[in-house]
Design a protein around this ligand. Structure first.
Ligand code: GLU
Length: 272
């Protein structure tokens, strides 16, 4: 019995790429769950969550209820953050985005730069002083964490056995300045709490799995199998984006296309 999930963020209308991801997950699971990743109250909107239920139903999908909304489970994320803090694996980071950008360079255009470890080197006094006066995020001391767990691996259905390389992102943020959690922390917590044993998602998230594997080991959580699928691209080879209205499921439905036609279109877009 395999449990899979589709975990969109309600930041816009779903497009063909999401349709593929959702169909892919549903097809591989005996149980299929939907999770709304809405921890960011600025970017996520309840109306987009409503719209995605509608669009996925129209596409012919159904899922177990109740749907898990991450914004209703900050206690779960806090508990895991506390565990890591008790293991002395976290440190507060006061850096602003522009300070980080000035101190490093992003590996590729648009990518998050690898954090240079500035706040890890603060003195105890400085740290305590700033904690009382400045906003801060919590970062994971990845080198220390890796020493604790030793080498780790995980399995991807498309690419086979992987040696975990969690250091590629540097010391990642587990709780943001504005939100007491982060994508990595929430995903790992929820996949375990929801007993997901096969995580299917786009290959743009392949590298995140290195971090997720490390967090699972630190928090003593089971490691699911993974299947990172290719992304749907338009005729020019560009990734589909939520801001491109022409490919939203909504606009296709309004133009009179049937769910069957859209499902076929999705398969056609998949350049493997
Ligand atoms: N919420 C993420 C997204 O919309 C997907 C998370 C995941 O599948 O792990 O890109």
């Amino acid at each position: 019995m395999t449990t899979t999930r589709f975990a969109p963020s309600p930041t816009g209308y779903l497009h063909l790429g999401h349709a593929f991801s959702a169909l892919f997950a549903a097809k591989q699971g005996d149980r299929f769950l939907l999770r709304i990743e809405d921890i960011d109250p600025v970017r996520c909107k309840p109306e987009f969550a409503e719209a995605l239920f509608e669009d996925l139903s129209w596409l012919g999908l159904s899922w177990e209820k109740p749907v898990r909304f991450q914004s209703q489970h900050f206690e779960d994320y806090r508990a895991n953050l506390e565990k890591l803090r008790a293991m002395d694996l976290l440190y507060p980071c006061f850096c602003t985005r522009s300070e980080i950008l000035a101190a490093t360079h992003a590996p590729h255009e648009g990518e998050t730069p690898v954090y240079p470890g500035t706040c890890h080197r603060l003195s105890k006094d400085q740290r305590e002083d700033w904690m009382a006066t400045k906003p801060y995020a919590w970062r994971l001391n990845v080198e220390k964490a890796i020493k604790m767990t030793g080498p780790l691996s995980w399995h991807d259905a498309a690419k086979g056995e992987q040696q975990a390389k969690p250091q590629i992102f540097g010391d990642i943020v587990l709780a943001r300045k504005d939100i007491p959690a982060s994508y990595h922390l929430c995903v790992v917590t929820d996949d375990a709490l929801q007993n997901i044993d096969l995580v299917t998602r786009g290959e743009d998230l392949f590298d995140s799995t290195h971090i997720h594997r490390l967090l699972q080991a630190l928090l003593d959580l089971p490691t699911p199998d993974y299947h990172h699928h290719p992304l749907c691209r338009d005729a020019k080879g560009w990734r589909l984006a939520k801001r491109d209205k022409s490919v939203t499921l909504r606009s296709m439905r309004e133009q009179g296309r049937t769910p069957e036609q859209v499902r076929n279109e999705v398969l056609g877009l998949l350049h493997t």
